[in-house]
Design a protein around this ligand. Structure first.
Ligand code: AMP
Ligand code: MG
Length: 363
């Protein structure tokens, strides 16, 4: 049976073991020849290409329209493959790998010359991770090479958490997508610098700051809070930090601050947009769901369970494009645990951040 094909992009969907094997072989052949295949990971879908082939990596940047100074994460099957790509793995990185690999933790380490400059956008370090998703690991194994894989979306758009999302952005631009259903985490991996010095969080994600500090038994520097008088000045420590991301087409207004005041502000803002005759989408927690009617209302999850919110977030943002809403109003969440990853994505997606306590500003 031939695989279905959308605008030239082959959709590899396996319903049994034999099909899966065939899909993996097909995808691996493409990757070995320098082609591109989108594949599921537990975080979001990745746009995979041979990390050691500069031509394939060049195509990743081109297909995604990704700025050339934003380096890629290299996905490997385990510590052995990681060790071939980096000059050294400090004991603390080993400890983190033991605890969180395979899983949504990316570590930045000094790269060997074997890793082409284009993969790391000219940096002397490389970002490495071992995905937990079984299909992802089987694919890297079958391809026999480490895979550079940024999120499989057009740059700036919400990351894809289903094969359908990948096709929305990239059908006709890549050779194939491996369909593994919905991603379980829903936001990208945590990026942690393990270069000499204090371990530094460069992007909050599936492994929380608290989990990292718990294992390391020491403080991790949080470099991700740039919008709130954060630690770094001048050039960002991770190039991806400076880009607006994850944005749906309609302007997104994020309301942050003390919860009761925040609810009042959410209602006031929604009502004022409604009075202007705009098609408003209101994205709320379960706890706030009844506060105000709106033409489009989506419950993201409970305030108590930010991991639930993370899992749904990008799919809901993409749905807003399909519904052609005029404006999106979103409740802000506590920035602890997975709440940090959720709020990092929302801040970067926001056209404006409205604070009820005057402490915040646009990112
Ligand atoms: P994405 O591929 O969209 O998941 O984004 C990868 C993220 O990892 C971006 O924010 C990059 O800036 C960051 N990153 C990748 N490689 C490095 C590196 N060598 N040093 C610092 N940040 C990196
Ligand atoms: Mg991305």
């Amino acid at each position: 049976m031939a695989w279905p094909n959308i605008k030239g992009t082959v959709v590899l969907k396996a319903s049994n073991g034999a099909d899966e094997e065939r899909a993996l072989l097909f995808a691996a052949e493409i990757l070995k020849k320098g082609g591109l295949v989108a594949f599921p990971t537990e975080t979001v879908y990745g746009l995979g290409g041979d990390a050691l082939n500069p031509g394939a990596v060049q195509n990743i940047y081109q297909v995604k329209q990704r700025p050339p100074d934003n380096p890629l994460i290299i996905h490997v099957t385990g510590m052995d493959q990681a060790a071939r790509l980096v000059k050294e793995i400090p004991p603390e990185a080993f400890l983190l790998a033991e605890n969180f690999w395979p899983g949504p933790l990316t570590m930045v380490l000094p790269k060997k010359d074997l890793v082409p400059d284009i993969t790391t956008a000219g940096l002397s370090s490389a970002a490495i991770r071992v995905p937990a998703h079984l299909l992802a690991r089987k694919l890297i194994h079958a391809a026999g090479v480490p895979l550079a894989a940024p999120s499989a979306n057009l740059s700036g758009r919400p990351s894809p958490t289903t094969a359908g999302h990948v096709l929305e952005d990239l059908a006709g631009r890549i050779e194939a997508v491996l369909d593994g259903g919905s991603c379980s985490v829903g936001v990208e991996s945590t990026v942690l610098s393990m270069l000499p010095g204090i371990p530094a969080l460069l992007r909050p994600g599936g492994i929380t700051l608290e989990m990292l500090e718990d294992v390391l038994k020491r403080k991790v520097l949080d470099l991700t809070i740039e919008g709130k008088g954060g630690v770094f000045k001048g050039a960002p420590p991770s190039p991806g930090m400076k880009y607006r991301h994850y944005a749906p087409r309609a302007p997104l207004y994020l309301v942050v601050g003390d919860y009761p005041a925040q609810r009042k502000q959410l209602v006031a803002l929604t009502e004022s947009f409604l009075m202007q005759g705009r098609k408003v989408a209101l994205l709320l927690s379960r706890e706030s769901a009844g506060i105000c009617p709106a033409p489009v209302l989506r419950v993201l999850g409970s305030r108590e369970k930010p991991a639930q919110i993370a899992k749904r977030l990008f799919a809901v943002l993409r749905e807003m494009d399909l519904l052609e809403v005029d404006v999106i109003v979103v409740e802000g969440f506590d920035e602890q645990g997975m709440g940090r990853a959720v709020m990092n994505r929302l801040r970067k997606a926001a056209a404006e951040i409205i604070s009820t306590d005057g402490k915040d500003s646009t990112w």
